[in-house]
Every structure is written in C-alpha cells, then in structure tokens.
Design a protein around this ligand. Structure first.
Ligand SMILES: Nc1nc2c(ncn2[C@@H]2O[C@H](COP(=O)(O)OP(=O)(O)O)[C@@H](O)[C@H]2O)c(=O)[nH]1
Ligand SMILES: [Mg+2]
Length: 300
C-alpha cells in the first residue's frame, strides 16, 4: 500500500518547525497561463513565503508563452525563469516534463515541488499537503497530491486520460501503483537527491515516468499520496487528450521493454494531419555536468 495522508493533518506553522534546516522550492511550469498563474503565485508568496517561512524559493518556469505569463508572474512576486535559458546545451523545445527537469536545475531547495499553473481554485492546502509527508514522515521521499476533480457535470473520478489510459496501464503493468488516486496529478514533489537520479520524460509522460522509476529505484514505501481536497483546472477538448494519452502509453510500455513501441511516433487520426508524439527523456540530472557543478554537494 502507498501511504496516504490528508492535507488537514498538516498546517504551515507546524511544518515550518519540522523543516529543521531543510529548504523548499516551489516551481510552477507555465505555458500561456496568464489568467491563472498570478493568483497562485500571490497566495504562495503571501501565505507561505512571507506569513510562514515554509517556502524558500518560488519559481515560474515560463516556456515560450505568447501571452504575458512572465510579466504577471513577476509582478505577483515569483522569480520567473525562461525554460529556453536553462541547460541550453541539451535538446530544447516545449514539454511539461522538460520544464520540470529544468526547474530541478534552476531551483536550489532540498525539496522541490510542483503545482500546475492552470488551477482555478488554488489554496495553500496544495503546497502544505504535499510538503506534509515530505517534512514529517521520515522515509517518504516523494509525495503525490490527489483530489476530487469535478467535470462540468459534477462527475467525480479522475480526468479522462487517468480513467481511460493511466489506470488501465497501471493495472496491467504496474499493479503496485494502482492505489494512487490521481497518478497524473500536477501537484507533487520530492527530495532533490532522489529527483536528480531519474530521467524526466519531456512531455506529459513525466508523471507516470517518475512514479514508475522512483518506486522501482527507491521502493514503494518511499512514496506517499495526500488528499488535497477539490481541484479545478482548464478542461481540454478530447482531441488534445489523444497525444497526452499516447505519450503516457509510450513511457509506460517502454519501461517494460523499449522494443514494444518507438520513442517517436505519429498519432494518426482520420480527419487531421498526423501528429508527432515524442517519448524522449532528459537524462538524470546527476549525469549532467552543469548540474553537478551548480549543485555539487558531498554525497555518498
Ligand atoms: N513550462 C512549461 N509548462 C507546460 C508545458 N506544457 C504544459 N505546461 C504546464 O503544465 C501544467 C499542466 O499542463 P496542462 O496542460 O494543464 O495539463 P493537464 O492538466 O494534464 O491537461 C500547466 O501549468 C501548464 O502551463 C510546457 O511545454 N512548458
Ligand atoms: Mg491542467
């Protein structure tokens, strides 16, 4: 069983005491999120940087946004890093997973956690909840948020990709991960010294890739999940979920055997042009010389 917690078991003041010298970076990946990112930044800065010293560093990883994501996030009090400027000798390009990988390099905390920047009902519970087990449960090194996700009609459950792709794949191939309520949630984090040891899929396969790799490498008991309450975000049309689903399948299948499916493949649909879907991965940061240079610490 993956250990489960509830955000209500934690509060910011007590977690500040539990930090005991450890530092926390919160990173928000953002591609054209100008309508939501500022409110999220402001809540974290006012409540968890200034009122309680829980969060030591607040980064927005802006990825070629064509709107004013960068300026509104800066005005709201985040440090904005342009993804294009980080680890420039590695293959550049869009992708949530690549942005997360770059944020591990760009940030400095002992703990790095992420929140999606498109959440419309953000509260401090998201950060407090994920940090709770990381700061208080000694063997937890990776914590994954979960929540109820109301769709327009009030239906519960996961998202469509969660129900139709992630859960069936985990049931077939990785049953030890099936008690995760939201395997694809965007609010999660872990200790730098585990995150730097695993590859990061460049796109939307990053969540499933991290779960599979961290559980294999550090044991299922190093994982925790935390109830964060209710979460609302942008709901995408079905035609945008196909490529997400496909890259998740590529990442999960290729961890069983790289021969099953190719790393680059076209999603073929009758009424649209073929769409290239990539399951490329960025290498473990510990193997990246620039990372070792910047974060060099004594390690065993
Ligand atoms: N930096 C960066 N962020 C991205 C990219 N793609 C998605 N994101 C961010 O990742 C978060 C989750 O993406 P979203 O599209 O909402 O995924 P979904 O909730 O699974 O549909 C949001 O904050 C996005 O702005 C990207 O290529 N680069
Ligand atoms: Mg979203």
């Amino acid at each position: 069983m993956i250990r489960a917690f509830d955000h209500q078991d934690f509060n910011a003041a007590r977690l500040v005491e539990a930090k005991a010298g450890r530092t926390v970076s919160v990173c928000l990946p953002a591609h054209n999120e100008s309508s939501t990112v500022a409110a999220i930044v402001r809540i974290i800065r006012e409540q968890l940087v200034e009122r309680h010293a829980l969060v030591d560093e607040l980064l927005v990883i802006d990825d070629h946004s064509s709107d004013d994501t960068a300026s509104v996030a800066t005005a709201a009090g985040a440090q904005v890093v342009s993804a294009a400027d980080v680890l420039t000798s590695y293959p550049n390009g869009p992708g949530k997973g690549r942005a997360l990988w770059k944020s591990v390099h760009a940030s400095t905390g002992d703990i790095v956690m992420w929140c999606d920047a498109d959440v419309t009902n953000f509260s401090t519970a998201f950060v407090v909840g994920v940090l709770g087990p990381l700061l208080t449960a000694p063997d937890v090194s990776y914590a994954k948020g979960y929540y109820r996700r109301p769709l327009g009609t009030g239906g519960e459950g996961g998202g469509r990709v969660t129900e139709l792709v992630a859960r069936p794949l985990l049931s077939l191939l990785y049953p030890e991960l099936t008690d995760l309520v939201q395997p694809l949630s965007g609010e999660y984090g872990g200790y730098r010294d585990v995150l730097e040891r695993v590859p990061f899929p460049v796109g939307y396969g990053v969540e499933i890739g991290l779960l599979i790799d961290l559980s294999r490498r550090f044991g299922i008991e190093s994982l925790a999940q935390v109830d964060l309450g209710v979460r609302r975000h942008r709901n995408r049309p079905l035609n945008q979920l196909g490529p997400q689903a496909m890259t998740i399948m590529q990442i999960a299948l290729r961890r069983r055997s790289v021969e099953i499916v190719p790393v680059e493949a076209d999603l073929i649909r009758p009424d649209t042009d073929p769409l290239a879907v990539s399951a490329a991965e960025m290498p473990p940061l510990i193997d990246v010389p620039e990372y070792r240079e910047r974060h060099h610490r004594k390690r065993s």
